[in-house]
Design a protein around this ligand. Structure first.
Ligand SMILES: [Zn+2]
Ligand SMILES: [Zn+2]
Length: 213
């Protein structure tokens, strides 16, 4: 698949392929930085991802590397404990430092670029190994921090933001909040919620399509 440079969706000027030196998105403990990310930009400096699937692709690529970073295991439902991935002893309650983990990415035929995952490390009270609290703690913040990158880069909000929002609405833990044995207007709360959320999502999509015209 070749990248289509095309024209700016906002002003119609011809686009050019550019790179942004450094863009950072933050969410919770995760700091995500993209170095030399390829973008489309017009003469009026409107920016857009190089492909409409680019941000989703980015989320997938980052998540596929999560397990490469040494991490502990989370235990307990309410009172969470974090245990060392190596020896099983408890991790220190406080992090002493953050570390940046660099990776290289390549999108289609474009030149490679880099991203960095920066997360706090926790020392094991047993063996002393430094690690993330858990892979889940990283995983849970990837999509949101990519949305932060989208905003920091000056990209328009597009369908994928709704897609992520939709994923949040129809997944654990949001869904589990409504899984209660109660009835609303004669229907179980969970079903009522799914129908209401669905209606809202369809409404938002209609708005997004309008906006793009
Ligand atoms: Zn433009
Ligand atoms: Zn250990």
């Amino acid at each position: 698949m070749a990248i289509k440079i095309g024209r700016c969706a906002k002003c119609g000027d011809p686009n050019e392929l550019k790179t942004l030196p450094s863009v950072t998105g933050l969410d919770g403990p995760l700091e995500l930085t993209l170095l030399e990310m390829p973008v489309l930009a017009c003469a009026k400096k409107h920016k857009a991802p190089v492909h409409r699937d680019f941000m989703l692709w980015l989320i997938g690529e980052i998540r596929s590397r999560e397990a490469q970073i040494a991490a502990g295991k989370e235990e307990g439902m309410i009172f969470k404990k974090h245990l060392c991935g190596e020896c099983g002893k408890e991790l220190a309650a406080k992090s002493e430092r953050k570390q940046a983990f660099p990776y290289e990415l390549k999108y289609e035929e474009l030149p490679p670029f880099k991203f960095q995952i920066t997360m706090p490390l926790y020392k094991c009270t047993g063996c002393g190994k430094e690690q993330l609290r858990s892979t889940k703690q990283l995983h849970d913040h990837v999509a949101q921090s990519v949305m932060g990158i989208n905003d920091a880069a000056g990209f328009p909000h597009s369908g994928y933001v709704l897609f992520i929002f939709g994923c949040l609405l129809f997944n654990y833990p949001v869904l589990s909040l409504f899984n209660v044995p109660a009835v609303l207007f004669g229907v179980p709360v969970l079903y009522a919620y799914i129908f209401a959320a669905w209606a809202i999502l369809v409404g938002l999509m209609a708005l997004a399509v309008e906006e793009r015209r």
